[in-house]
Design a protein around this ligand. Structure first.
Ligand SMILES: Cc1cc2nc3c(=O)[nH]c(=O)nc-3n(C[C@H](O)[C@H](O)[C@H](O)COP(=O)(O)O)c2cc1C
Length: 160
């Protein structure tokens, strides 16, 4: 089985989640951070995992563009979708649903919110201001769920 993980990240939380996920996916796994590298096409892969992080309700444009350009092929593969996001339920699940095309969301065998991180030492001045004023965040925090990532990997590994 060949799996491709395509992701976007701003401050590295998604990358951290992808590293954990990669270690739990069976078979041959390729990873591409399309925030900074050219995106490989999905054709040669059996399974495709797509994920990014949410800023003011939206996932990164690079991921949306990739999905739009490859939607037909993606719909012929086993697909998993995830986001990193800090909003509590039910908002984060709505963000997950709203940031992927309906056909792809319905086609995916697994979709999950993995949690979030705030790394204030990395965050831009303006983002720090937004975090403080809008969300009251004044300290770095890590709330990634290894359990959710593990369950996601298991579904990718074992669903038909
Ligand atoms: C300026 C800013 C805006 C954000 N907006 C949202 C949001 O609208 N919804 C949400 O669920 N999380 C929001 N987040 C939280 C991020 O999605 C979260 O920190 C995520 O882990 C970042 O992942 P990354 O480091 O891979 O980009 C925001 C974070 C920042 C810094």
């Amino acid at each position: 089985m060949k799996t491709l993980i395509i992701y976007t990240t701003k401050y590295g939380c998604v990358e951290k989640a992808v590293n954990i996920l990669k270690s739990k996916i069976e078979g041959d796994v390729s990873v591409a951070n399309i925030t900074r590298e050219k995106a490989p096409g999905p054709e040669p892969f059996d399974n495709i995992i797509l994920g990014g992080s949410i800023y003011v309700g939206k996932i990164q444009k690079a991921l949306t563009k990739y999905i739009d350009a490859n939607l037909r092929t993606l719909l012929s593969k086993k697909v998993g979708l995830f986001i990193c996001a800090a909003q509590p339920e039910p908002v984060c699940t709505k963000e997950l649903e709203d940031n992927f095309p309906v056909e792809l969301y319905e086609h995916a065998v697994v979709k999950e919110v993995f949690g979030h991180e705030y790394r204030l030492e990395k965050v831009s001045f303006i983002h720090k201001m937004i975090l403080r004023k809008v969300a009251g965040v004044t300290e770095s925090a890590s709330a990634l769920s290894e359990e959710k990532i593990g369950n996601f990997a298991e579904t990718m590994n074992y669903s038909g």
